[in-house]
Design a protein. Structure first.
Length: 383
């Protein structure tokens, strides 16, 4: 939905950004073959494929980020480590904006991190996602992108409905992919958000590498206030590690539905998705020793330990591996589920029990809706 890649490639051909070739030649992406240095000036942009897209150029950083020693150091690192042009980065960061709204918002939410989940917490979280907009939207998206979802499911061993569950929670299938410029988001969080500045500076480094390898003007992409991009809201480091070109056009484009489908499936596969295994199981028992166990994603228990605490799977489990205890606080009661390894895989996308449960429930609801429309599960083409 965000077609800047082709325009950026054109821009690369129109703007030269440095009068001198770089001392450290950046590595070209697999899709771009650099010309030898002896070629004429006419084709010079190919010497440094897309390294200067946007035509930014300045002797020093001006604007919101003028006089930030940490940014000067970061730019120097990008020059020395990755062969970026210093004046290009000075120009790029001269037009980066400090997003005070983001800093205020995070200061508030950091305060709210403390404390255990409150009564009804799951009920409230669930109601944001388990609705017709997300479920019907998933069914429609499945029908539109049936071939790509089937191919991804077969290639990566991840059911289509879980790819859709992620896209439902993240962006409602591209309905809202964020409107913050990624360069503003990551510069603000990298240099003005002390608690996680190091993390976001690393993401900024990955973002600049991504922009260069894909031929994108780094001033153009928009995403979440934290710099997450596209239908699956990949952070730049996730892009570099797990994004795939799934429509075969030679580019990895997180805003393209097919590339996003393949990338989410690859993310799950690389994080250990076990095809055919369940995500959660219901429980029964006396729960007499429940207080001796810690719910959440950081602790896992063998079935024997759970049995000693008065908890067992409600049906046949067939699980010979440790399980996590998933606490869901409904409005009127607390519910305990058993989280299988696939539950943990979903939390690698977002480290939250509620997040993984919403993805799981949406996956099931979207699958039911799709099967009703398709008429028969045999038509789904799942593996
Ligand atoms: Ca592609």
């Amino acid at each position: 939905m965000f077609k800047f890649a082709a325009a950026a490639a054109l821009a690369a051909a129109l703007f030269g950004c440095a009068s001198e070739p770089p001392r450290n030649q950046p590595r070209a992406s697999a899709a771009v073959k650099p010309n030898p240095p002896s070629q004429s000036a006419h084709i010079r942009p190919d010497l440094r494929p897309f390294a200067c897209v946007g035509g930014y150029r300045a002797g020093a950083v001006s604007g919101d980020y003028a006089g930030y020693p940490a940014l000067t150091q970061f730019i120097e690192q990008m020059v020395q480590k990755h062969g970026f042009d210093r004046e290009y980065l000075n120009g790029l960061f001269s037009q980066a904006k400090r997003k005070q709204w983001t800093l205020d918002y995070l200061a508030k939410s950091d305060q709210g991190l403390k404390g255990k989940p409150s009564k009804g917490g799951w009920t409230r979280y669930r109601s944001q996602f388990l609705d017709a907009r997300h479920i019907d939207g998933g069914v429609a998206f499945w029908r539109t992108h049936q071939a790509a979802l089937q191919r991804a499911s077969q290639q990566y061993g991840v059911p289509a409905e879980y790819i859709l569950g992620i896209m439902a929670v993240e962006t409602t299938f591209g309905g809202f992919v964020g409107n913050h410029r990624v360069i503003d988001a990551l510069t603000t969080l990298g240099f003005d958000y002390q608690r996680r500045g190091e993390f976001f500076r690393s993401e900024l480094e990955s973002f600049l590498l991504m922009a260069r390898s894909e031929g994108i003007d780094p001033g153009k992409p928009v995403g979440s206030f934290a710099g997450a991009m596209g239908l699956g809201q990949f952070m730049p480091s996730s892009f570099l590690q797990w994004a795939v070109d799934f429509n075969g056009d030679g580019r990895r484009d997180l805003w393209n539905p097919e590339d996003a489908i393949g990338s989410v499936a690859n993310y799950f596969a690389q994080h250990g998705w076990r095809n055919g295994q369940p995500v959660v199981s219901r429980t029964r028992g006396s729960y007499s020793g429940i207080d001796s166990l810690e719910p959440g994603i950081d602790h896992e228990y063998p079935l024997g330990t759970l049995a000693q605490a008065g908890i067992e799977p409600a049906g046949h489990c067939g699980c010979d591996y440790p399980l996590r205890l998933v606490l869901l606080r409904h409005q009127s009661n607390d519910e305990y589920l058993l989280g299988h390894p696939n539950f943990y895989v979903i939390t690698r996308y977002n480290h939250s029990t509620h997040y993984a449960m919403a993805v799981h429930e949406l996956a099931q609801a979207i699958k039911s809706g799709y099967q009703r429309l398709a008429g028969s599960p045999a038509n789904l083409g799942e593996n």
